[in-house]
Design a protein. Sequence first.
Length: 364
Amino acid sequence: MPKVGGRKARVKSQFELSLIQKITTNGRPNGQPYSDKSILTYTNNLFNFSKQFTETFDSLEFLDNYKHVLEKLDTSTTAQGKLYSKSTKAAMLNAIIISLLASGQVYSDDSDNLVMNYSLVRDKLSEEIKMIGANQLDNFQNTTIGENQKNVLNNVKQEDIFKMIETMNTKSFDDAGELINHKLYMISTMFMVHTEFPFRNDLADVRFATPAKYKEEVKNGTDTEFNWLILESKKKMTFVMNQYKTKNKYGKIIAPVESKRVIEQLNKWLFYGKHPSGSDYLFTWWETGKQLSRNNISVLLSAGSIKYLGSPISTTLLAKIFNETPSDYKQMNEEQKAELTKKSYLRGHAKLTHFTVYRNTSLS
């Protein structure tokens, strides 16, 4: 339990001391502990905010009416008389969510899901603070992708993509390890998947399921309507692709996840990014829980890479960047030929197509 004393420390009530203990014991959702500094920041923030609702900070009941709380948050001011910034609002909501979870008060007396309602507002604020603005996304939709493909292939290497992903991941979480930018982390996860798989924008149709759930879908004959990520364990996952451009010719694609980096990020995404509505789509809009469209994925990947890499990167470019096939087929060894066969299968087209159309020209 963090030290709560200090030369100028205020006297804390028994309730606040108990709350500090609960947050300490409960820890993060991933089992990792909060730092002492983070815990005291959360409880101090909540104590100061509670003054607008009650004279004594002896319970979390004042948080039950979340609509009233959010109204107060919009009109709250700092000691200097300035309205709370978006960052301050997001930090306050984070303190509220963590305290409610630690206290087991997920629902109000009226059965409102308080944690979900507060989380939706917090995550929307975080996106407004951290993420690419809607205007940039809209503007990019009118940008032609591909006109500078050769230049991108000559200048953007695989390590650049991984560095970009690392930067996105860092900016997606705060210093306390809390996810503050859902959309950015979603984009980085999509990029990470594409470092191993040359899929088109087919992640839009991916739903995740246990083997038992997937077998049920197969039994009902509904499995082929979607793409799937089968979660056999935290170390074993498999993509099953039914919905893609050339499905009528190549049929079902079975793609086990072999990259440790991809598995690690998918596990973390499924923990932090899973929508509270219970949606089983791998990627959704956080505000609504609705699945992304293929065009959404194209725009998000391109806009994200413009911001953090300086170049628009599409799934087609990713397939080329991560294609290490030599320019001369006769020079290929057996391992390279096997890799060409595998990538062609995962993309859903002929080996000749992958060798000619998706060849990384920077390797010529």
